[in-house]
Write a protein that binds this ligand. Sequence first.
Ligand code: G1P
Length: 297
Amino acid sequence: MTRKVTKAIFPVAGLGTRFLPATKSIPKEIMTLVDRPLIQYAIDEARAAGIEEFIFVTSRGKGALEDYFDHAPQLQTALAEANKTKLLETLKATNMDDGAIAYIRQHKALGLGHAVWCARRLVGDEPFAVILTDDVIAAEKPCLQQMVEAHAETGGSVVAAMEVAPERTSAYGVLGIKKENGQIFEVSEMVEKPPAGEAPSNLAVIGRYILTPSIMQNLGSLKPGAGGEIQLTDAIAAEIGGEEGVHGFRFQGQRFDCGNKAGYLQATVAFGLARDELRDELMQYLEGMVAPRQAAE
Ligand code: G1P
């Protein structure tokens, strides 16, 4: 039987330079889709998957992110007095249990693998999840929950996978397939940001992982890989062919790359349209924008 996954690492130390100047003073994880920060989407997904301990790997300038999870007693009292029950509930949903969050500092930007490794003592000898907050996934059943269920079947490490256009593979970790088994497949190869024309497939790794504790040991002895950084992909690849192996998981849902502006804007529209109170007005606006363009074509 596989062990229950109760800990998740959120690497949030990145500078977010693609969103400058906004990220000059706010962490990119606080940027919102409609009215919820990216980090809230990630936390909610983790909770739905049964995660109980949330480990943030942070860096300088991420204070607002830490503050976000503090209780806000004054605000709560004001909302309660004004009978704003719905808003009060929304606010309470951001509260975390005492001791449920830990913050670890990544002192040097040495790569995603290094960020995850910084949390090794908090993870200990247990399987753990990693969530990259840039990847927002809209799904009926939250993606990490789908993966926890897949992991209960396969054991070992499981990585989220999605087909991308062949010309985009060099932006991702890319998987080779050893054996198909429907949604789940055994991985034969895993390469971080392969140069154009050298990718083993067009199945890219998306930022959701369930990993065995051995990954932490692998990370400890890794040499820098693609881009001169310690790569999480390389530490996972070292498990291929081992006892438990590595599985790719084709999740159900729509992924938005909120690490770039176009993806972030698309997510804003999609999450806006998903909200009952916004749908009609937003749709009307979008149709009004598109119709004259279509007529001109
Ligand atoms: C990271 C990982 C990469 C993965 C990607 C998913 O890359 O290193 O393997 O495919 O996230 O979003 P980054 O986007 O940080 O360059």
